[in-house]
Design a protein around this ligand. Structure first.
Ligand code: AQP
Length: 332
């Protein structure tokens, strides 16, 4: 079975609809016919300052949410990045293969460092895409299910894999991004041209999976649309309505065409009202299940430790090949 790999950062108390529809849902689907490795990227999280106690809690909350979303530890290795040291170890080797200018071109660093100024950003934030390349390449996956915002990092990963293979010996598989067009960029409810984001969205622009469902319903009902009234999918002219249609279609399996027909002549109020109900129906059991899983933190820690053991064996074997090819003398 081809391998898949993806990660998610524990940088908020809850994942949001962008994370879920852009990535997590695909994780769950892909585990059926692939060999999956899914990790919680705590080492990426510390590229910006984190409170240690909060980071620890959020890592367990992330694990609970992955399980509640349907990631199955019997089929998928679910683990915490820092528990598999090979990620950071390969990260160093790949940093030494990356050009400074090449790293500089990563737009996410430009965006994220823009706020506080480049001087305030950590070197870790700058080199984060290279650690991400290591995260991926260690497992030699065929596919990496992510949202559109990760496409550039995937390209860097492929470039580094190719460079290593060329300079030393064929070691890495070139992974393909697995990006579903329809849900690749879920947008902010209040600013529908921007992506829904943990760090960038205002509270009313983001739907967190663990929010009180009544609050999520309210956010849908007050989503920014436009001054027209025609329910039509047109991301250029009607980004707000199009985003609502995308979420509606993804949660119900109804096609966007079908929704356009169903809401023709009814205005935005009807669409928002019904979508609010759909969202409540989805988040209520998800939230209940997550909170239930969080009651047994020892069990969550056990699942993560088992995942790290499975992932670690694969990652260490790749790292051994890499160290050998680079010319490091093995211990013993
Ligand atoms: N709005 C989105 N639409 C579709 N996919 C998205 N993803 C994130 N936002 C959207 C995808 O979710 C996965 C995990 O995200 P992450 O936590 O590793 O990355 P992130 O980009 O840090 O998430 P945020 O919310 O966008 O955080 P900030 O604000 O810190 O940048 C990834 O596959 C990502 O593509």
């Amino acid at each position: 079975r081809p391998r898949v790999l993806s990660g998610i950062q524990p940088t908020a108390d809850s994942f949001h609809f962008g994370n879920y529809l852009g990535a997590l849902r695909q994780w769950v689907e892909l585990q059926e016919e692939h060999q999956p490795f899914f990790f919680i990227a705590d080492q990426h999280a510390i590229t910006v300052e984190q409170d240690p106690k909060v980071l620890r809690q959020r890592t367990l909350r992330a694990a609970a949410q992955l399980l509640a979303a349907g990631v199955d530890p019997q089929r998928s290795a679910i683990f915490v990045q820092s528990q598999v040291p090979a990620h950071a170890q390969l990260g160093w080797v790949l940093q030494c293969l990356t050009g400074f200018g090449e790293a500089r071109r990563m737009t996410q660093f430009k965006d994220k460092s823009a706020k506080g100024g480049e001087g305030a950003a950590s070197v870790g934030l700058f080199t984060y895409p290279i650690l991400q390349a290591a995260d991926i390449l260690l497992y030699r996956p065929a596919y990496v299910p992510v949202g559109e915002d990760q496409r550039q990092h995937l390209e860097l990963t492929r470039d580094l894999a190719q460079r290593f293979n060329h300079r030393y010996k064929k070691t890495f598989r070139l992974p393909e991004p697995y990006i579903l067009k329809a849900t690749a960029k879920i947008t902010d409810l209040q600013d529908p041209t921007a992506k829904m984001s943990k760090s960038g969205s205002s509270p009313s622009g983001i739907i967190d999976l663990l929010d009180d469902p009544r609050m999520s319903a309210k956010k849908i009902r007050s989503a920014v649309t436009d001054s027209g009234s025609e329910v039509r999918f047109d991301p250029e002219e009607k980004p707000g309505v199009s985003n609502l249609l995308t979420i509606y279609s993804a949660l119900t399996g109804r096609t966007v065409d079908d929704l356009e027909t169903a809401y023709s002549g009814q205005g935005y109020g009807a669409l928002k009202g019904d979508l609010a109900d759909v969202v409540v129906e989805f988040v209520t059991p998800f939230r209940d299940r997550t909170l239930e899983l969080l009651e047994d933190q020892d069990q969550l820690a056990k699942v993560l430790a088992e995942g790290a053991a499975t992932a670690g064996a694969v990652a260490e074997a790749t790292l051994r090949d890499v160290y050998d090819r680079v010319g490091f003398v093995p211990a013993g």
